[in-house]
Design a protein around this ligand. Structure first.
Ligand code: C2E
Ligand code: MG
Length: 734
């Protein structure tokens, strides 16, 4: 039977209106006398009281009045106090309200259960009603403090959310990190998980800089220093990328050791975007998207700084479009803008290719990273910076490419338009060591070029201009000579010092220039090396020599080796092993008939690499000769490690051999050492009988020089072979 409940109507019906100046307590008890006994002292203490007789009623009253505290009896009909507390706790307002549980039960299980369900404190019956108001007031004061704390925490969370700023703390000893709600939001963590290891924070950093961020943070701990870092993090999804600034400072113990790191993380994505946008507006041209004059000034000062330190040359190209005004006037400004856009795209494309301008594919004279830039500095004026040029001709080459590319027709509003450009070039450091003079001089050069007829380029300094032009045209002619049979080989015989028989031949390249006649290698090999043309040139020589020696062999004129001079550049920048292999296979020759002459320069930078190269060469079966021996590093200690077959004593030692006892001693030492190492010794540059006699006395193996024969043309050398009484057979000279 349901117990009589006189107050069940009364409690709800007669509730007074809420007085917001007084705290309110919800008294819940099925015992009416307890309610009455408690109400008086509470009211006297200035506390407003509302009542309920069971759990169900308590929840209704709680929702209706939102009291500041609940005094809840444990055992009641309908719904007991434990269940009522649990339900109140689940409501939003009830999660923090203090609940004092009263009961006649003082067994430990009930107390534990009350706390488990969420009771704040516990009071056993019989209740001392005089003390009760004090207890209640104490709990209300604690509630106020907790409310204050919660609200300041929530204010902080809100402030952090608005500022997109979170804080974190790292306890170094236990490697535990705690962080604020905003950090959880930024890093895409669960809102309820506000702690973890520092590594869980690092795991959200963009992998490309994660290691650096971790190292810098750890370094700050070790050195007890503050740090500021900026980096990208990934939020909940890979696509949720945020740019953040982390600031941290150490907390030290009394010994000065860092025990904690305190820090903040601020999401600065938007401000970084805004900053970039402002920067772009200030430093980039709106029409073409190219750097403007201000950005150019910065780039230029950087290149200047860099080139000064590296002692590099660089070039500044000042471009002006010829007759741009006419396009603007006749087709309108939109068409003019469109033209500028297309021109800037072409300039960028030329610069991308400029690295490989003169070199056959994959054959670079210089592997340095390009730092070239284009800028638009006025209506129809552009500036191109060519960082790190090897020589002024490089700038001339790019200028020519630019002029060629700009000259191609444009389609503007369905009209085909052609424009040309005139280019002035200044070169650092010759034409100026600061931005202003380089700009001014390139500008002056551009005006000169315009005066000399538009659509061309001009260097500021006439010396550079002429030199560059002549080198540039020579480079072009040499390139042409390589592909169009403008080169020939001469052949100089090598003789056995004792028998006088021809035992080999050295091939020596010549350039038959259409105007300048025969050009000696000293006048074009360095250029070929600088420009990378040595690679195709070397391939031509190798093939021609291999072809020729095979031809003499099939003609029955003898079986002997042909020596081919090779530049170190061919080894370091080309694929020499493959080239030699190709020459052997294509001409179907015995590899032993090919003798590769190389100089000690090959070992100048890295002896180990050089030795490895020679071993690879040796595997092909060719012979190897060290040319010009005695003039280079000539380290005798490494000679024994080189898999070479021959040493060619440089002709400077042979030249004065018959006058200079010192030279004789040197040659004698080289021969003795060479023979000890089982090497064959060749002397070159023999011009008279006295030199020959000394070399014979010193036991030299082979001789070569004007005394026997000048380098001969193909037909003259064929004749030489035919004149031999005894055709050269490849005997044990190699
Ligand atoms: P090198 O290998 O020391 O070649 C010998 C040079 O001495 C040749 O000059 C030759 O004409 C010259 N010579 C020969 N006998 C005598 C003599 O009795 N007296 C004097 N004064 N000179 C003599 P050349 O043909 O002008 O070649 C010069 C250098 O050019 C060569 O020196 C070689 O290093 C290089 N060279 C020649 N052909 C090629 C080639 O096809 N490729 C490469 N990379 N370099 C080559
Ligand atoms: Mg040689």
């Amino acid at each position: 039977m349901k117990p009589f409940s006189p107050s069940s109507n009364k409690a709800v019906a007669s509730d007074p209106p809420r007085d917001h100046n007084r705290p309110m307590v919800l008294l819940v008890d099925d015992d009416v006398s307890s309610l009455i006994m408690a109400e008086g002292p509470l009211e006297d203490a200035g506390i407003q009281v509302v009542q309920a007789n069971d759990g169900v009623e308590a929840i209704a009253q709680f929702k209706k009045h939102q009291p500041d505290l609940v005094i809840m009896d444990a055992v009641m009909p309908n719904m007991d106090g434990f269940e009522a507390i649990a339900q109140i706790r689940q409501t939003e307002l009830g999660s923090h309200v203090p609940i004092l549980m009263t009961t006649g039960l003082d067994d430990l299980d009930s107390i534990t259960r009350a706390y488990d369900e969420g009771a704040t404190d516990f009071l056993t019956k019989p209740i001392n009603f005089f003390i009760l108001p004090y207890r209640v007031q104490y709990m209300l004061r604690s509630k106020d403090t907790a409310d204050e704390l919660r609200s300041s925490q929530s204010r902080l969370d809100n402030a952090q959310r608005i500022a997109r700023l979170g804080h974190w703390e790292w306890d170094i000893a236990s490697d535990t990190a705690t962080w604020s709600l905003e950090i959880a939001r930024m890093f895409g963590f669960d809102n309820r998980l506000l702690y973890g290891s520092m590594e869980s924070l690092f795991s959200k950093v963009d992998p490309s800089c994660r290691k650096e961020v971790r190292q810098n943070t750890e370094l700050a701990v070790e050195s007890a220093n503050s740090i500021t870092l900026e980096f990208d993090i990934f939020g909940r999804h890979e696509s949720d990328i945020r740019f953040v600034r982390l600031e941290a400072e150490p907390k030290l113990d009394s010994n000065g050791n860092c025990t904690h790191m305190l820090g903040t993380v601020q999401d600065i994505t938007e401000s970084a975007h805004a900053q970039k946008h402002i920067h772009d507006l200030a430093y980039y041209d709106l029409v073409t998207g190219l750097p403007n004059r201000a950005q150019l000034r910065e780039n230029l000062s950087q290149i200047l700084h860099w080139s000064e330190r590296q002692e590099n040359q660089f070039a500044l190209l000042f471009l002006d479009l010829d007759h741009f005004k006419q396009v603007n006037d006749s087709l309108g400004h939109d068409a003019g803008d469109e033209l500028l856009k297309q021109v800037s795209e072409r300039l960028a494309a030329v610069l991308r290719e400029s690295d490989t301008l003169s070199f056959p594919e994959g054959e670079h004279a210089d592997n340095s990273e390009s730092n070239d830039t284009v800028a638009r500095i006025g209506g129809d004026e552009f500036v191109v910076l060519l960082g790190c040029i090897n020589r002024p001709e490089d700038a001339a080459r790019v200028a020519e490419r630019i002029a060629e590319s700009v000259r191609e027709p444009y389609l503007l509003a369905d009209v085909e338009v052609t424009v040309t450009t005139t280019i002035g070039i200044s070169v650092y450091p010759e034409d100026g060591r600061d931005s202003e003079s380089l700009m001014k001089h390139a500008d002056v050069a551009m005006y000169h070029a315009k005066e000399n007829g538009r659509n061309g380029y001009q260097f500021y300094s006439t010396d550079i201009h002429e030199h560059a032009l002549s080198r540039f045209s020579m480079e072009r002619e040499l390139k042409h000579a390589i592909t169009e049979q403008g080169l020939t080989l001469l052949y100089q015989p090598k003789l056995d010092v004792l028998t006088g028989r021809t035992v080999g031949v050295e091939s020596l390249v010549r350039w038959n220039h259409p105007e300048r006649g025969e050009i000696a290698p000293a006048d074009f090999i360095p250029l070929a090396e600088e420009t990378g043309l040595i690679m195709p040139l070397g391939r031509w020589v190798l093939n021609e020599a291999a072809r020729q020696v095979q031809e003499w062999k099939t003609q029955g004129l003898g079986v002997f080796s042909i020596a081919v001079n090779c530049s170190p550049v061919q080894f370091t920048q080309g694929n020499m092993i493959r080239d030699i292999e190709d020459a052997i296979i294509n001409n179907n020759i015995d590899p032993n008939l090919l003798e590769i002459e190389l100089t000690e320069n090959l070992f100048l930078h890295n002896i180990e690499n050089g030795i490895e190269l020679l071993n690879n060469l040796k595997e092909l079966g060719v012979q190897i000769a060290l040319d010009g021996f005695g003039t280079g590093i000539s380290s005798l200690s490494y000679l024994k490690r080189l898999p070479v077959d021959k040493i060619k004593i440089d002709r400077t030692f042979v030249k004065e051999l018959h006058h200079d006892k010192g030279d004789e001693a040197i040659v004698s030492a080289i021969v003795t050492l060479g023979h000890r190492l089982n090497l064959s010794i060749v002397a070159e540059g023999i011009e008279n009988l006295e030199q020959l006699n000394i070399l014979r006395k010193l036991n030299c193996n082979e001789v070569q020089g004007y005394y026997f024969s000048y380098p001969l043309s193909h037909s003259d050398f064929t004749q030489w072979l035919e004149d031999q009484e005894d055709p050269p057979a490849k005997t044990g000279t190699g």
